[in-house]
Structure formats: C-alpha cells, structure tokens
Design a protein around this ligand. Structure first.
Ligand code: AMP
Ligand code: ZN
Length: 116
C-alpha cells in the first residue's frame, strides 16, 4: 500500500523510533504518547484493521500479542500494560493499518472506558 503511513514507516520512507523488529512485525514509539510507555506494534504486511484480517493473518496477529510483554518490559513497564486495537469507525481508528497500542507505566494506565 504505497499511500499508507505505516507501510511508509515499514519501508523506511518515514522515520520512526523502532523498539523491536523481526521479519513479520515492527514496533515503534507513538509520536504523540498518551502514557510514559506508548508503543505501536504493526504487521509489516499491510492489513487495514481487525475488520479485514483473515485466517491467513492468524500467525502475525498472535506474534503481535506474544511479543507485547517483552516490548513493554524493555520500554519500562515491567508490571503490566494495556493493549488497545482500535478498529474502524466505531473503534475510532485513525490510521488504517492495523496496529496494537501497548500503553504502560510505571504507574497504572487508568480506567478502561467510561461506563455508559
Ligand atoms: P489509532 O487512533 O488507533 O489509529 O492510533 C493512531 C496512532 O498513531 C496515534 O496514537 C498517533 O499518535 C500515532 N501516529 C500517527 N502518526 C505517527 C507517526 N508518524 N509515528 C508514530 N506514531 C504515529
Ligand atoms: Zn499499510
């Protein structure tokens, strides 16, 4: 996807602060962090969102979650973290390349959602 912001980051056409990379996934610091630790973990392959992911994406999606603790600990959140994957209009996803936000400490990140 030549016009996709995060594909451009994968291709190195837009700079990012990488914190983890392997053949399938890339993790980099969010440009506008909401917590002291705020990392985005993305598949290198363009997947628009969880709404368009398929069974073929199962391995890479699992890898994003399986690496989350290692990334959080390395970035300074050793006692837990939160993973957020905003999806589509209702999820208020802004960048249409699937990404998991890893947000963390050292302090607790706050309440999950405001209840109805
Ligand atoms: P979402 O609302 O889930 O789509 O989140 C998009 C996230 O991408 C936001 O937290 C932005 O701060 C972040 N973001 C946008 N552009 C960049 C960039 N060039 N490098 C790092 N993070 C970015
Ligand atoms: Zn993309």
């Amino acid at each position: 996807m030549s016009d996709c912001l995060f594909c451009k980051i994968v291709a190195g056409k837009i700079p990012s602060t990488k914190v983890y990379e392997d053949e399938d996934i890339l993790a980099f610091n969010d440009i506008n962090p909401a917590r002291p630790v705020h990392v985005l973990v993305i598949p290198k392959k363009h997947i628009t969102s969880l709404a368009t992911a398929t069974a073929e994406d199962t391995l890479v999606l699992g890898k994003i979650l399986a690496k989350a603790n290692e990334i959080a600990v390395a970035q300074g959140s050793p006692d837990g973290f939160r993973v957020i994957i905003n999806t589509g209009r209702v999820g208020q996803q802004e960048v249409p390349h699937l990404h998991a936000h890893i947000v963390g400490g050292p302090d607790p990140v706050g309440p999950m959602l405001k209840r109805i």
